[in-house]
Each structure stands twice: as structure tokens, then as C-alpha cells.
Write a protein that binds this ligand. Structure first.
Ligand code: HEC
Length: 99
């Protein structure tokens, strides 16, 4: 019985943390929608954010932060990414990949 309760608690904690991460991503995306569109469908580069995987978003954001990624208009994204954390990139990736 104790084991069951523990498993339940862990599942609950996982569900809550995933829900929080999703919420976080949505709140963070408010800073991005003016350029990328409310649903990520505005193509500012060769392709829109909509339809990209969470991994691709995280990689691009990390790349902008490290100044190893981007095209001719990367300065703005470098500035945005430089003030964000890996956790925030992951939350954004999770949210954007489901748009
Ligand atoms: C002021 C407008 C603006 C805002 C705000 C903005 N972006 Fe961007 N974003 C751009 C532009 C322009 C590019 C293309 C930059 C380049 O040439 O590399 C871009 C590129 C990207 C890319 C790379 C796309 C690809 O296909 O490689 C990602 C990922 C991205 N933005 C995510 C975000 C996220 C997440 C936010 C919010 C935290 C955000 N952007 C906010 C204008 C913006």
C-alpha cells in the first residue's frame, strides 16, 4: 500500500511539473508572438517556428545565445536568447512544438 501511495505521489508530482512547464512556455512565448505570430506560423527565416521540434527550438536558442547560429537578422535573437536560461528554452521548445 505504501508503495502504491508513493507511486501515486510521484505521478502527481510529474503531472504537476509538466503542467507547470507547459504554462511557463506559454507565458514565455508572449515575448515572441509579435514577431513569430500567435501560433508560430510567421516565417521570419526560411521556415516558421510552427512545426519545428522542441529539440530544434532549444538548439536554435542555445545557438543564438552562444552566437554560433543564425542568419543575417540574428542580432535580435542573440539579444533575446542571451537573457534566457536553458530551462526557459526547454519550456519554450515544449510549447512551440505543440503549436
Ligand atoms: C523582434 C522580433 C523577434 C522576437 C520578439 C523574437 N524573434 Fe525569434 N526570430 C526573429 C528573427 C528576425 C529571426 C531570424 C534571425 C536570423 O537571421 O537568424 C528569428 C529566429 C528565431 C529562431 C530560429 C528559427 C529557425 O528556423 O532557425 C527561433 C527558434 C526563434 N526565433 C525563437 C524565438 C523565441 C522563442 C522568441 C521569444 C522568446 C523569439 N524568437 C522572439 C525575430 C524575433
Amino acid at each position: 500500500m505504501k508503495k502504491l501511495a508513493l507511486t501515486f505521489c510521484l505521478m502527481l508530482a510529474f503531472a504537476v511539473s509538466t503542467a507547470l512547464a507547459a504554462e511557463d512556455g506559454k507565458a514565455l512565448y508572449a515575448k515572441c508572438s509579435s514577431c513569430h505570430g500567435a501560433d508560430g506560423s510567421k516565417a521570419v527565416m526560411s521556415k516558421a517556428l510552427k512545426g519545428q521540434s522542441a529539440e530544434a527550438i532549444v538548439k536554435a536558442m542555445q545557438g543564438y545565445k552562444a552566437k554560433t547560429y543564425g542568419g543575417s537578422k540574428k542580432a535580435g535573437m542573440e539579444n533575446i536568447a542571451s537573457r534566457m536560461t536553458d530551462e526557459q528554452f526547454k519550456a519554450l521548445g515544449g510549447y512551440i512544438s505543440k503549436l
